[in-house]
Design a protein around this ligand. Structure first.
Ligand code: NAD
Length: 522
């Protein structure tokens, strides 16, 4: 156990004094940040590790939001004129700060969100990686030169900064999703306001606090370049509705996206929606079974089933189903469920009681639909206010309504198939379209699954589980997953405005498409 582990062991230092618990105070102290400006009584923050209170914060009201947006507009007016590679320098410095404080940030993430430490470290690493990605991008925001149909004309596309980014994020990736959007938006020349989940505001204040610190030390960065708005859905609505917030990137449930997407669209802002998934793995008879088992188990149980890309449906060939499911149940049964601060733990807690209740409701419905449930029961680990569960494997007779829904908990529904087209139809037969994978050694199946005849998801993997995407590729999905891509590939274009410019360097004025409009003017 290192010094940080000792500080934040459940039951040792989770009592709130002066607005926040000793563990939180120690971590913010180690980061050189103060929480004083955010202390209040409107929002209590609890640790899923043991249910103890971590902090009591004040939430931002409508007048706070108006002031924040005005400040963000003013910051944008300055920042957009800073050359992009110099904007990248701020992100480079921020990445170094996150790297320096990786351990403290990982511990804060674990005590507030409940994911096991190795996954928390992975999330902080993702923030570091995306900083490096964004720094590189700051020299590559290039447009196209297009062949003009007119002689002595040049047709070009430029990309310019767009404005204020409002970023609404979910509890399950309380830092990475913000970093995906914000670091890229910053190099694109935008300013940003972050509305984190009301379940993980401390992680947000820590990550944004370090960026504010880097900005304060960088002479080219204006004040209020990055701000944090603390609050619940109502606070998100303020961002969605505000006419001066050019881009609203919203990550969370489909229900949230349906509301935010319509609000932003109604005022012709730019929505970027990253919503729920209902991800499937097809396991074919030719699959490397050991690989498929390992890939399946991590994807289904990692982050206690609370990843947008969590594996929720296993579509396994009838010939291998019985054996595969038997081995899967045995392996899942052997996972260590316990404190996420313990290195031996595989599965930490659910975020809260509401998540536990939703899981139990789904399992009851699955039983009513004829499903056979293995696991899924609650395990007492750290008192009555912490919700630890054994992941559930549910053998289903058909893809019923409950299987077609996303329940944000570790439930893996198992379905059988006989022909590969039937497997693809089952995979596509849900409203969501985020992530999918196939385990096969048959090149025809692997190619078909990725083709237009195959999976309809934004992420399509072969011999890899559905979760754990790399930052370089565009991340997001189709159908009710929202169609947005927050980061990766050319998603930076979401944070900029496109200009098409035509320059005539001839002495005549030919019109496009051969249109004639002759005038006799000297
Ligand atoms: P949630 O929808 O409850 O909350 C997400 C965020 O939206 C929070 O900050 C919340 O305060 C805010 N919010 C909620 N309703 C709102 C509204 N009507 N207007 C404005 N803001 C609103 O989601 P959650 O429980 O925090 O996270 C789990 C969900 O997020 C799952 O559905 C998961 O699949 C999804 N998710 C998707 C991705 C992705 O990239 N596709 C990534 C992470 C999580």
């Amino acid at each position: 156990m290192n010094a940080l582990d000792k500080m934040i062991s459940p039951g040792a230092g989770h009592s709130v004094q002066g607005g926040f618990s000793r563990s939180v105070a120690d971590i913010f102290g180690a980061l050189g940040l103060s929480l004083d400006a955010h202390l209040g009584s409107d929002l209590k923050v609890f640790s899923p590790v043991d249910g103890s209170e971590l902090a009591a914060l004040r939430t931002d009201k409508a007048y706070d939001m108006d002031a924040m947006v005005a400040n963000a507009r003013a910051a944008f007016a300055v920042w957009k004129d800073v050359p992009a590679p110099h904007r990248g320098e701020l992100v480079r410095r921020y990445g170094l700060l996150v790297r320096e404080h990786k351990e403290a940030l990982s511990h804060l993430l674990t005590i507030e969100n409940g994911k096991i430490l190795t996954e928390a470290r992975g999330e902080v690493q993702e923030v570091i990686d995306i900083c490096e990605y964004a720094v590189g991008l700051s020299r590559q925001l290039f447009g196209l030169t297009i062949a003009s149909e007119r002689a002595e004309h040049r047709l070009t596309e430029y990309w310019h900064p767009l404005g204020v980014l409002g970023l609404i994020s979910a509890f399950n990736f309380p830092a990475a999703v913000w970093a995906w959007g914000t670091t890229v938006a910053l190099v694109c020349g935008d300013s940003a306001i972050w509305k984190p989940s009301e379940k993980t505001p401390l992680t947000a204040l820590a990550f944004a606090g370090l960026l504010q610190k880097a900005a304060a030390d960088y002479e080219l960065a204006p004040d209020h370049l990055v701000q944090v708005a603390i609050g619940d859905a109502a606070c998100g609505t303020m961002l969605a509705d505000h006419p001066d917030v050019a881009i609203v990137s919203a990550t969370g449930s489909v229900r949230m996206g349906q509301d935010v997407g319509v609000r932003v669209q109604r005022r012709f802002g730019r929505p970027v929606l990253e919503l729920g998934g209902n991800n499937a793995a097809v396991v074919a008879p030719s699959a490397d079974i050991g690989l498929a088992l390992r890939g399946t188990i991590f994807a289904a149980t990692g982050t206690c089933g609370q990843r947008c890309t969590t594996l929720r449906r296993l579509i396994v060939h009838e010939d291998i189903r019985a054996d595969f499911v038997k081995r899967l149940i045995a392996a899942v049964g052997s996972l260590n469920i316990g404190s996420p601060l313990d290195d031996a733990t595989h599965v930490g807690p659910l975020i809260d009681k509401a998540a536990f209740d939703a899981m139990q409701r789904a399992l009851e419905q699955a039983r009513r639909d004829g499903g056979i449930v293995h696991g899924g029961d609650r395990i007492e680990v750290a008192g009555p206010d912490a919700y630890y569960v054994r992941p559930a494997i549910v053998e289903m007779p058909a893809q019923s309504e409950i299987v077609r829904e996303e329940t944000f908990a570790p439930i893996l529904y198992v379905l059988a198939y006989t022909g590969f087209d039937e497997a693809i139809a089952l995979q596509n037969g849900v409203p969501q379209g985020l992530s999918s994978c196939v385990f096969t050694s048959d090149v025809r199946e692997a190619e078909k699954f990725q083709s237009a005849q195959g999976s309809d998801c934004g992420i399509v993997n072969v011999n890899i589980g559905t979760s754990g995407a790399e930052i370089g590729g565009a991340f997001g999905g189709e159908k009710v997953t929202g169609g947005g891509r927050v980061s990766g590939s050319d998603s930076w274009k979401n944070y900029m405005r496109r200009v098409t410019a035509t320059v005539n360097y001839s002495t005549s004025l030919p019109l496009a498409q051969g249109v004639k409009f002759d005038l006799d003017i000297d």
